[in-house]
Structures are given as C-alpha cells and as structure tokens.
Design a binder for this molecule. Sequence first.
Ligand code: HAM
Length: 518
Amino acid sequence: MSNRAEPIRSVKGTRDLLPPDTNLWQRVEAEAHRVLAAYHYGEIRTPILEETALFARGVGAETDIVKKEMYSFEDHDVPHLAALRSEIRTHRPSIGSPDDFVVYLDRMRNFAAAFREAMGKGLVPKTPQNERALDVLEQMPATLKGAYLEANEVMFGLYVDHVDRALEDVLLGDSLTLRPEATASVVRAYIEHSLYNQGGVQKLYYIGPMFRRERPQKGRYRQFYQIGAEVLGSQNPLVDVEVIEMLVLFLERVGIREYQLLVNSVGCANCRPAYLKALQMALQDVKATMCADCQRRADTNPLRVLDCKVEADQPIIERLPKIIDHLDPACRQHFDRVTSELVARGIAYQLTPRLVRGLDYYTRTTFEITSGALGAQNAVVGGGRYDGLSEMLGGPPTPGIGFSIGQDRLILAVQAAAVLQPGSTLAAYVVWMGEATLAPALRLVREMRAQGLSVEIDYDPMKIKKAMGVANKLQARFAIIIGEGELASGKFQVKDMASGEQNELEPDAIEQYVKEKL
Ligand code: HAM
C-alpha cells in the first residue's frame, strides 16, 4: 500500500494561472500599463487586507458584497480567549445535565475574568460593545443559576441564548477583510496620504486580486483580478468621457471589438430620494405579480428590482419609472454633456436606464461594458462616479470617477476574439553533444540571456533526435547545435525551427542573427 499523502487542492473558486496563459495575462497588463501611462495615470498598490469597516462604509453595509460575499476575520492577540469563546458557544448546557452546567459556568467565569484583564491591558479593544458584552457575561452566571435552581427550562434557554449573543458581539481584535474591490481602498489611501493637498486631479490605477465569496462558475471566481483606474478631484463631465475613451482604446488594443457600452446616470443625494419614492410607489401596484425576490426588494431595496433577470418580470420592469427622468437640473446637465461628448468622439453607447450597479457609492454617471462572447457573466467592466465616497470615508469632499476591468473575463474575451495568442517566447534552445561542448554551450547561453533573449538548455546529455524534439515541444524559434565537429570548426549550427533553414555561425555572430530574425 502506498503511503502517499492525499493531495491538497486549490481553494474552491480560486485557480492557478499557468504558462502559457500567464503570457497572455502579462501582455494584457503590459498594454494596460501603456494605455494608462499615456493618459497620465500613476500606479497605486494598496494592501489586500483592509479594515472591514472600510467596505461596510464605502461599498455599503446593505449591499450583497458586504452582507454575503466578504472574507472577513478577527485579527487579535488573544488566542486563549478565542478558544474559550468557541468552547462556550459549542457546548450548550441543558438544565438536565448538572455536570455540563458546572463546566459551562466555569468557562464563562474564566472567560469574563480573562476578557476583563485583556481589556485592562489593552489587548482587546475597549469598545462600548465589548463593555456591554462583559457586563452580560459577568452577570449571567448568577442569573442562570437562579433559573437552574428553579428548574425553569424556558428562562434557562433564553439566558443561554443571551450569553451566546453577548459572545457573538465580543470583538477580540480588528475585523479585517480581503478586499472585495479596490475603489474604497484607493480613496482611503488618498485621504490617508492627504493626496488632495497636491492640487489638481489625482489619476491612479491598480492591477491585482480581489475576493468575493460568490458561487463559482465560468467567468466568476472567488479570487479574481481587476485592472482599475480612479480619478479623484474633478466633477467635470469631460473626465467621465476621457475615462470611457481610454477604456475603449484599451479594449481595441487587446483585440476586443465586439462589446456594448452601457451608460446611465443614477443621480445624486439630492435627486435620488424622490426617484426612490416614485419607484417604490409604482412597485406597490405591480409587485404582487413579480418574482419572490422582487417582492422582497420592492420594500427593502427597490433599486435592486431593476437588476432582476427573471423573464416574466422584464415587461413590468420596463414600465417602471426611470431614474434618468428624475434627475435634478445639475445631474441632467452633467449627463447630457457626457452623452453628447461620447457622440462627438464617435463612441457608441447604449442608454440603459436600468443600470444601477451593485455598490452604494455611485452618483451620476454609471457604466458597464458587456461582451457577447462571455455567456452569463458578461460584464467585463463596471464603473462610474462616486462624488460622496471621500466624505463617507472621513475625507474632504472630493468628486471621483473610475472603473474596474474584470481581468479574468477580459482574458476569456481576448481568447474568444483570438487576436492575441499566448504563443512561445523562447528564442533559442541550445543542444550540446558530448562533454567537451557543454562549457562553450553554457557560455553562449549566458551571453544570450544577458542580452535579454529567452534561451533554454538541458543539463542532462541527450541524443540529437530527442534534443530536437524538445526544441520543437518548447516552440523554440531557433535550435543552436554544438557537437564535436562544430567545436573543431569554431562555428555552431543555427536552425530556424519555423523555416527549417540552417546556418553555420560563429558564436559571436549568433546573438545578432537571432535578434534580427525574431
Ligand atoms: P464591479 O462591477 O463590482 O465594480 O466589478 C467590476 C468588474 O469586476 C465586473 O464587471 C467583472 O468583470 C469583475 N468581477 C466582479 N466580480 C467578479 C468575480 N466574482 N469573478 C470574476 N470577475 C468579477 C467594482 O468593483 C468597482 N470598484 C468599479 C469601480 C471603480 N467603480 C468606480 N471605480
């Protein structure tokens, strides 16, 4: 029997990106760096870990992302408290089991004492919530004991629930989250480093992983990548148009021609409340005929009704009030300027009144880019204005606009368009025949690599036929062959693997020859 261990696999919804696919990822990123630099954006790299409160406040506590999809954990220095807390919570006592109850009380007293001490030493945060929880945990042993002695099962159960909730509320350290998006992080950094003091607008971009606990499917992952850009400090609608123009240029550069640009305005804090009221009123008349989700959202979050994909609901949604008919004069003017300027620049767009986006920070212009090549998860880009976000995060009033490209989906679309192929990047594979040829072969490989050429060599001896097979498999552009004969003549064989043409060249001439032919 083999004692090989069970292999450990990658986490659900995450994946390894491997060569040659990563080759394509790099080319897309290189194009992004070029286009963003041309529009004068500078790169920002923010931490992947942020305080949970950043997203709760920035993205919105009621959004799907914050409510259901974040990877959050408590970051603390008190593992003994965490262990004790989970022991108490997992070993619920019953009134009929005195031994269990004694252990339960002991643990609770131990926890309360250690918690008080840790709070005193500043090891756990001294928040009002923690102080309330501590009060409950210190009082409950006596209260529970009373119910126990009276054999009052109902009250006993209620008190145990109360303890459980108090423990749930206990915060042992900072709540941290793997970023589900980066706009909130960029604005946090903008505020933290007072970038507003530098005057003018700040144009920042990022490329990196994001995390959302969604149901995985093609084009939807739990770790996915975004290429995003944010402009802070301008309300001018021409900035909105420049951002969109840049996106369109980038998509063209990576070979994507089949896409739709969807544009809308979601108004601002001044005009949206009246629209929401109108929407909610209209929904009262029709919601009974809609799907269960819509019925619920009609009361809790009416804007989300507009996202519904249920076929039967579509004609009803089409007749609901549209936010663009409820914009105040300033928002209307802004939107008109954006759309007329898009037309002037020949950028085709589809006015999509239902486009409200799933993050709370948006104001005025919102947009998405979808691609037919992608199936259900067809949004490649999402973006828009967020003029109130800086203030929500404790910064000065600062208008902002930006977008994020879903890089995983972009790559799928690029592959479907079949314009950029991963292809091989190996310039040469060096074949050596006989021990004496190894040293000159190594010298050549080293020199070529130092010139930036991608070169490969195998260190184990190989017959010529097998070595040429390897050159083929690696898709090397050239095979350079060094045998005893070549060593004697001082000229190496250089075979063009594409055309089959073979030349004898002195080692010093090879580098130049290969570079010219690549
Ligand atoms: P978002 O619409 O949530 O916006 O995401 C932007 C893009 O990221 C989506 O269009 C999609 O391509 C990709 N994406 C989102 N979730 C996943 C997933 N689970 N798997 C694969 N791809 C995904 C934002 O994130 C905003 N920060 C955009 C923004 C920047 N608005 C203003 N500035």
